[in-house]
Design a protein around this ligand. Structure first.
Ligand SMILES: [Fe+2]
Length: 176
């Protein structure tokens, strides 16, 4: 399985500038995966046009802003839900993503996991302990990426600023 693949998102810088204008304050000091209604982004034509290079805007079933607070990391997890079939999400760096990184892992034999749900979003995921996983890749989100949500992963933010990214998941697979 390919852990991730950098892709060329058209007009990324301009698109991100538009998104930054509407990012809710909560993402500046909260670690959260928060889904938004597609309508929330509907005025950003650059985003919709860019997404169309990869899949139809209408095929998005989840569009979320993920923030990781300064000097913190997300739990090691694998995403759960319809994404199990489509595997890859399309992620865009929004703020302070080039000095923080993602790590993707493979499971060791007899690894344990816990099915958890996120009380904010009614969103379920599998959570793993560090002793049960082995690192296979790490990368900085310096550009758009197709991200394998079915490998256990985390985001590590060792900086003094929040890390904010946009993730989009689709009903149909992205080609990779
Ligand atoms: Fe995830």
């Amino acid at each position: 399985m390919i852990p991730y693949k950098y892709v060329d998102f058209p007009n990324l810088k301009e698109t991100v500038n538009e998104i930054l204008k509407i990012i809710p304050e909560l993402h500046k000091d909260t670690s959260v995966y928060k889904s938004y209604d597609k309508e929330f982004f509907s005025n950003i034509k650059l985003l919709k046009d860019g997404v169309e290079k990869f899949n139809s805007w209408n095929e998005i079933f989840d569009i979320a802003i993920v923030s990781t607070k300064a000097n913190s990391s997300l739990p090691i997890h694998k995403d759960f839900g319809p994404i199990e079939k489509t595997i890859y999400s399309l992620n865009l760096p929004l703020y302070n993503c080039d000095k923080s990184y993602n790590i993707l892992y493979k499971l060791k034999e007899n690894a344990n996991f816990k099915k958890k749900s996120d009380e904010n979003n009614d969103y379920e995921y599998f959570k793993y302990k560090e002793k049960d996983v082995e690192e296979v890749a790490r990368f900085y989100l310096t550009q758009a990426v197709l991200f394998n949500t079915q490998m256990p992963h985390t985001a590590i933010n060792p900086t003094n600023e929040p890390r904010i990214m946009l993730t989009m998941r689709f009903n149909t697979p992205l080609s990779i």
